[in-house]
Every structure is written in C-alpha cells, then in structure tokens.
Design a binder for this molecule. Structure first.
Ligand code: MG
Length: 256
C-alpha cells in the first residue's frame, strides 16, 4: 500500500464527510449548500426520544443487549451456533476459550454505546488483566483492558485504538466497576478496490474524550499495522475473548 495522507488531504477528506469525492469551496461557503441560510423549507431532522438518562438508548437505537439475552449475537468461530458467553443479572460475561462473538447484523459508520467491567478479582498483569476488545466492523479494535493501576504499553491500554493510538488520558475505573464507552466511528470507503477515505473514530471513556477523531491507518493487528484491505460498507461488530471474564451490558448502536 503506497497511499500516504498529508495533513491537508486528510482534513479535506474529513471535512467532506460522507461524500469522499466532494470538495468544499472555502472561498464561497454558500456554494456548498443546497439550502439558503435559515430557509424555513429546509427539512427538519427527525424527532426521537432520548433515553431517560444519557447512557440509556434513545428511541432510534438498535439494541444489541438489553440485559436479557444474546439473541443479537452469535459465535464467531461457529456462526451457526448461539453466542457462547454467560448471561446473568443483566450483564453477559466472556467465557474464556469459547471464542469471540459477533453481531448477527452488520454495521458501518455508527454511534455505539457499550458498558463493560473488568473482573473484580484482579488476576494477571499488563495485557493479561481484564483484556477484551470491541472490534468495529470486526476489524478495528478499541481496546478493553483493566488499565487501573496496571502498566502496559500505551497503544494497548484501555480505550486505545489497539496498536495505533493510546487514549488521550487514562480514565479507567477500578476493577469490577462499570465503565462506559461512547464511540463515533466512520467506516472507511473504498472505490474500485482502492481506499478513498480512511476510517476515523472518536471515543469517550466514562464520559471523557480519549480518542479525538483518530484516523485509522488500517485494521487492527498484534505487533503490526497492516494497511487497509477493501471490504463491504457494513460488517458485523465483534467482541473479543482474550481469556479474561470481562462483563458487558447496555449495548446499543445508531447507524450513521
Ligand atoms: Mg483486546
């Protein structure tokens, strides 16, 4: 892969948002708009009902786990089989060795809310403590790790874009406590087998900005940073079995 992004080209692409080939006219801002400024005919956004509290799903969210069952998920290694993780008391828990789980539905650009807790009984250290992960499109990992008083490499700690970018701060709560990720992800775009827009991700960890529109250089891998390979616009979300009984609850997603 010989694609290099200069700062100006990345900014231009990000400014262009979903229309990667669209260029923005900064000399004449009005030229970018279909609607005159403050046009009363301009369509209003849909009304939705927000959750009663900010972490609860709004009315237009797709619920991926509501505390009851893993019906929105399946086994990654045996796609005909149900998700093999344990559900109890309103959360589910990784069953070490059973493998990753993936959503039955596919998603691309999205807003994702997910809550997790590392094991209350601390075992292991570094990458061996409370390790799991949220793989956007099954390819791009936001790390889940017990990073509370647990030294590891910066680009592998909780809320890192694994192998690529550490979080801006360590906002980790203590083991056993529930933590939130709110993730805004824009999927990469490919045309004719070539990357025309890289993925970017913004992450709030326990309400704190920790990834500020990070532009991913490719999919996640261990000890390497492979380039992008063209893929579909939507792919299943996956959660990682890294051998630790990490818990999850209250998962919802809003396709963008
Ligand atoms: Mg992980």
């Amino acid at each position: 892969m010989k694609t290099f992004w200069t700062i100006s080209s990345v900014l231009a692409v990000l400014w262009a948002g979903c229309t990667a080939t669209h260029t923005i006219n900064f000399e004449n801002p009005d030229a970018n708009y279909t609607w005159p400024v403050h046009d009363p005919q301009r369509p209003l956004p849909p009304v939705i009902k927000p959750g009663a509290e900010n972490h609860l799903p709004p009315s237009d969210a797709v619920i991926l786990f509501d505390g009851k069952d893993l019906s929105a998920w399946k086994s990654a290694k045996n796609p005909d089989k149900p998700a093999p993780w344990k559900v109890e008391n309103g959360y589910f828990e990784v069953v070490p060795g059973s493998g990753d789980i993936v959503t039955k539905d596919s998603f691309g650009s999205c807003q994702l809310h997910i809550e997790w807790a590392s094991p209350e009984v601390v075992k292991g250290d570094s990458q061996g403590r409370g390790n799991s992960g949220i793989f956007l499109m099954g390819l791009y990992e936001i790390q889940v790790l017990d990073s509370y008083d647990n030294l590891t490499y910066a680009d592998g700690m909780a809320a890192a874009v694994y192998s690529q970018n550490p979080p801006l701060v360590n906002a980790c709560r203590a083991p056993g406590q529930w933590q939130t990720y709110d993730i805004i992800f824009h999927a990469p775009k490919f045309e004719d087998g070539k990357l025309v827009r890289p993925a970017d991700v913004t992450v709030f960890h326990n309400g704190v900005l920790v990834q500020d529109r990070w532009i991913l250089t490719g999919p996640t891998a261990w000890k390497q940073r492979p380039p992008y390979s063209p893929h579909a616009d939507k792919l299943p979300l996956s959660l990682q079995d890294h051998g630790n009984p990490v818990r999850f609850r209250n998962i919802w997603i809003r396709p963008l």
